[in-house]
Design a protein around this ligand. Structure first.
Ligand code: SAM
Length: 305
């Protein structure tokens, strides 16, 4: 099974240019897609993820033989955990502390590939997907106290409306919040399927067939709130300036305008970063064709001066 196809991989490599002896931090290691490509170029890397399943997956993958980019020359490279690749389960909002604790004090590159992995999305029991019925969970880190279900069944209508409007830019936020509150008076909203059905009913005929699923924005908003995604990013970015060596590169891939806005504002006010991307870079047609989930990716990069 493919865990996750790395997005904008060549662009990440072009900006970071990993070389033997370089030190990198991948703050969102996920399936290791970007990490392993950086490792293949001889750099050492600290891979962080708040999801223990991602850390477990990359640990296992590390122990398997890996082929080089040129599949004809399959090599038996094995990356050693702790030596070539250091893995840490944690929140990138603590990137400074995690990096120092693992001896990554000054690094050549830092990557953020935000959001959820395909693995998380496709696993019904994680509760991220409106396509697969599962418990309404959405926690990237299972030790978090609040699941999506707790928010949907307990928050007041006004607060739900605000969440869908602010974090999902959902134009029917009010009607969706009302419909949820009516539904939960009869019985708790338990599953992703229950919630998706409520949202789809609100859209009703307003939904144009073939267009994006009406539940998309509601699910995105909830996921952002359950995982405090924007707050984590706001806390992490200022710590990267100190961690980068002079000439070190920071690359951030975001998937929606709220993330991109935070990155843009940070780049504007950062004193020791030179912005390398006047405009965010998105995937080309070929990448979107091969990996439709890359569709909304936007990459920004900067260099420490
Ligand atoms: C889009 S995936 C990364 C995929 C990876 N670049 C690859 O190619 O396989 C995002 C990952 O970031 C993790 N993540 C999201 N927010 C995080 C945070 N605040 N701290 C640490 N990891 C986070 C998620 O658990 C998920 O595994």
């Amino acid at each position: 099974m493919i865990y996750h196809t790395p997005v904008l991989l060549q662009t990440v490599l072009d900006f970071t240019n990993p070389k033997p002896g370089d030190l990198f931090i991948d703050t969102t290691v996920g399936g290791g897609g970007h990490t392993f490509e950086i490792l293949k170029r001889g750099a050492r890397i600290l891979g962080i993820d708040r999801d223990p399943e991602a850390i477990e997956h990359v640990t296992k993958k590390c122990q398997m033989s890996l082929s080089t980019r040129n599949s004809l020359k399959a090599s038996n490279v094995k990356y050693q955990i702790g030596k070539d690749l250091v893995l840490a389960q944690g929140n990138f909002s603590n990137i400074g502390q995690i990096a120092r604790a693992n001896g990554f004090n000054k690094v050549d590159g830092i990557l953020f590939d935000l959001g959820v992995s395909s693995y998380q999305l496709d696993d019904a029991k994680r509760g991220f997907s409106f396509m697969r019925d599962g418990p309404l969970d959405m926690r990237m880190d299972p030790s978090l106290a609040v699941r999506a279900k707790d928010i949907i069944n307990n928050f007041p209508e006004r607060r739900l409306d605000e969440i869908f409007k602010t974090y999902g830019q959902e134009k029917f936020s009010r009607a969706i919040a009302q419909a949820i509150c009516s539904a939960r008076q009869i019985r708790e909203v338990e599953t992703t399927g229950d919630l998706a059905k409520i949202v789809r009913e609100v859209y009703g005929k307003k939904h144009i067939r073939g267009k994006i699923d009406p539940a998309t924005k509601t699910f995105q908003a909830l996921r952002i709130v359950v995982n405090s995604e924007l707050l984590n990013l706001e806390e992490a970015l200022p710590q990267t300036e100190e961690l980068l060596k002079e000439g070190g590169r920071l690359v951030i891939i975001g998937f929606h305008s709220l993330e991109d806005g935070i990155v843009k504002r940070f780049f504007k006010q950062a004193q020791r970063l030179k912005v390398l991307t006047k405009k965010p870079i998105g995937p080309g047609e070929e990448e979107i064709f091969k990996n439709p989930r890359s569709r909304s990716a936007r990459l920004r990069a900067a260099e420490k001066i």
